[in-house]
Write a protein that binds this ligand. Structure first.
Ligand code: SAH
Length: 253
């Protein structure tokens, strides 16, 4: 096993693999105007085990293709869809988000919570934008600076982890430059990070570490937990300065 399989193991146990919330997905759906649509075709990219996919399938008259490059997450999503009796509305696709082969203008909406950073916001907006029908929707949550000035320690951390981190005004300018008009923007409240994501993950740390005691993976598992703890501490200390912005945009051409 390598680090990736350890990360899969740690994160498979969670209802979500990033900050978010059912109410926040629903708010973004409200702002998107998709509620009135019929027979919608939607891709949920970087879906993980399906936190947002299930809300979309429950709320909208839509077929949803749930895309992630990690098949173990997709298998769990399929089980959750079955339990929620939503399997007829959801299909899964194991594919990298930067190698999608759907025809241009084939989707009514692209949804992506806490995942577009894996290919970079601007690349994602450009490439995914082509797949969306004119008038269709792009809804993404993305790491965002909430203030013009930030503490140096925080700035250094995120510049190293994700150099595209920026303010909402800069993210909105990228959307506009690439043919989108912003319909809504809001910031995920701290409970989406602390209660919905970090607290459940923290509860999984002891069993996760215990499972690797005495194996050659123990040090790697400890390092993963230590890195997550550092990220949690950073969020607890500095959440006035950064968060996830949720951007809901309509393709204008
Ligand atoms: N949207 C989910 C998961 C967010 S975590 C939620 O909100 O809970 C980011 C997800 O992106 C993970 O499931 C990860 O497997 C996936 N991912 C990372 N890089 C990817 C890539 N290149 N292509 C497709 N999925 C990717």
């Amino acid at each position: 096993m390598d680090d990736l399989s350890l990360l899969i193991e740690l994160h498979s146990g969670g209802e979500r693999q990033g900050p978010g919330g059912v109410e926040q997905t629903q708010l973004a759906i409200d702002l998107s105007g998709l509620r009135n649509g019929r027979d919608l075709k939607i891709a949920d990219i970087g879906c993980g085990t399906g936190a947002s996919t299930l809300v979309l399938a429950q709320t909208l008259n839509a077929q949803i293709v749930a895309i992630d490059f990690l098949p173990p997450f997709l298998r769990l999503l399929e089980q959750r869809a079955q339990t929620a009796q939503l399997s007829d509305r959801i299909t899964t696709l194991a594919c990298s988000m930067d190698a999608l082969t759907m025809p241009p203008h084939s989707l009514d909406a692209i949804w992506s919570e806490g995942a577009i950073y894996n290919m970079g916001f601007e690349q994602g907006v450009r490439q995914w934008g082509r797949l969306i029908k004119p008038g269709g929707v792009l809804a993404v949550s993305e790491l965002t600076w909430l203030t013009e000035r930030r503490p140096a320690e925080l700035e250094a951390h995120w510049q190293a982890e994700y150099p595209e981190v920026d303010t909402a005004s800069a993210k909105i300018a990228i959307l506009e430059k690439n043919g989108f008009s912003v319909q809504g923007y809001f910031v995920l409240p701290p409970r989406c990070w602390l209660d919905n994501y970090y607290a459940p993950m923290r509860q999984r740390f002891p069993a996760f570490l215990q499972a690797h005691v005495g194996t050659h993976q123990h040090a790697a598992a400890q390092a993963i937990v230590a890195a997550e703890e550092r990220e949690i501490a950073l969020y607890e200390r500095y959440h006035g300065f950064f968060g996830y912005g949720f951007y809901i945009a309509r393709k204008t051409v």
